[in-house]
Design a protein around this ligand. Structure first.
Ligand code: ATP
Length: 237
């Protein structure tokens, strides 16, 4: 079996006449945490939406374990093992925390009690709030719930869109510590972030996206020491 879980080759995505992705190629190998960094509007969310089947590429291929998925409907892509914790979180606000987690397991059969135990040990606050309506959680807690819900599906690859967005620095740090644990427990992660510092600390490899084009791809240690990356993404002059 190939060691590459997810592969994009020369993916082009348009919104009308606007070319948001101008031929993106990237790969995520089993067990890796890979980050895609870039400023506002670079195309990070569009990349994740293309993988999840929410934006169709006009050309190029997206494969999961060597199987093309770019023509499949979004629900089929989820069923094959691609789970997303989207930007803005999108939890079901009127449903309880536990019911939200149950929704994440809908593609699977069998008991999920071990899964609940796992999610609650990763995010103890979700256990304390299990019966509470998800809409009453703080932004950071909703982000934890969105990640927990995505993990309930036992994804082959977990897609994360800006887990630090709208989350306090303290909770962001906690979320990132938990993401490290999740990755160490074997979950493969593709992480999109504007917060390049945190993302480069966590990930093994990174891609830098600028206006729909990947301009740099390397081990995160190398990216961190690149003067261009330091200037443009790490806030150094
Ligand atoms: P952000 O961090 O602001 O979400 P991003 O890197 O995720 O940025 P995208 O949201 O993928 O960027 O947007 C890439 C480009 O596509 C931008 O120029 C954006 O304006 C454009 N775009 C995104 N969504 C749409 C849409 N629904 N219709 C038209 N243009 C869009």
């Amino acid at each position: 079996m190939t060691d590459t879980v997810l592969e994009l080759r020369d993916v082009h995505v348009f919104y009308g006449n606007i070319e948001a992705l101008k031929g993106i190629s990237l790969e995520v190998r089993r067990g890796e945490c890979v980050t895609l960094i870039g400023s506002n509007g670079a195309g990070k969310t569009t990349t994740l939406r293309a993988i999840a089947g929410l934006n169709r590429p006009r050309s190029g291929t997206i494969s999961l374990e060597g199987r093309p998925i770019h023509s499949l409907p979004a629900h089929a892509i989820v069923a094959l093992g691609v789970s997303q914790a989207p930007e803005g979180r999108h939890v079901f606000p009127a449903m309880s925390v536990r019911e939200n987690l149950e929704m994440g397991a809908f593609t699977r059969k069998g008991s999920t009690s071990d899964d609940f135990d796992r999610i609650y040990s990763l995010f103890p606050v979700l256990s304390e709030r299990a019966k509470q309506a998800a809409g009453t959680l703080s932004g950071g807690e909703q982000q934890m719930l969105a990640i927990g819900r995505a993990l309930m599906a036992h994804p082959k690859v977990l897609l994360l869109d800006e887990p630090s967005l709208g989350v306090s620095p303290v909770l962001t740090q906690r979320i990132y510590e938990t993401l490290r644990q999740i990755n160490e427990q074997g979950t493969t992660i593709l992480l999109v972030e504007q917060n390049a510092n945190m993302a480069l600390d966590l990930a093994d490899r990174g891609y830098v996206l600028e206006t729909g084009t990947i301009v740099l791809a390397d081990a995160t240690d190398t990216l961190r020491s690149s003067p261009d990356v330091r200037r443009a993404y790490l806030g150094e002059s």
